[in-house]
Design a protein around this ligand. Sequence first.
Ligand SMILES: C[S@@+](CC[C@H](N)C(=O)[O-])C[C@H]1O[C@@H](n2cnc3c(N)ncnc32)[C@H](O)[C@@H]1O
Length: 226
Amino acid sequence: MSQEGHFLDSAAGQMKSDVKEKKSRSRVGVIATGLLGGALVALYAVAAPFVAPALRKYCLPFVPATTAQVENVLRVLRARSGTLVDIGSGDGRIVIAAAKHGFQASGFELNPWLVWYSRYMAMREGVHHSTSFHISDLWKVSFAQYSNVVIFGVPQMMDQLELKLASELPGTAKVVACRFPFPTWVPEHSAGEGIDTVWVYDAKTFKTHLQHGMSRRTMRGAGPPQ
Ligand SMILES: C[S@@+](CC[C@H](N)C(=O)[O-])C[C@H]1O[C@@H](n2cnc3c(N)ncnc32)[C@H](O)[C@@H]1O
């Protein structure tokens, strides 16, 4: 083959390998973009439910109860039995601890990841038959069927929650508030101190107040916040 022929062959070969390299580089680019996009979507899917509570009317973030707090809840309910609900149940620690103490315990939680984690933990701890976890907005469900109610809320929501619980719960119910007490109800007693304090309220007492119109706030209604 002439020198010219060699030159043309090697040029063609070079062009072919250039095209191959470009193709494989663009494939790598597509895969990298796909992976990055997928990672961002996954990150958003995980993070969004944790950020969402901050954007609501009442910002109620995920702050798990301390061990002492959980112990105080169980201590003030030691003479009780039957159904229990933790409103905004987080990672399910109160529900699971209550189930271990004989309650039929439920949790209502906005964040699906926390609900799935709670179900997994209940299974691991062997209490899945006496627990249930619901992905629900606490303002859109009724707690009428529960005789023991636990809430670790924030001060801004407690007056609205007073109205909701007073209108829904049976007179035999007890309500336990963790860390932040209810603003107008008078507690029967409390346990613990500092951030681990819990207060216990008797439904007979706060429902009587509601019926007698002792709370000026009854005029505002107990519907879900906008
Ligand atoms: C302070 S944490 C308490 C968690 C749990 N009760 C505990 O004591 O470990 C409040 C929880 O309420 C949930 N939450 C916030 N807004 C809610 C809503 N509208 N309905 C149901 N759960 C809500 C949050 O995602 C968070 O997990």
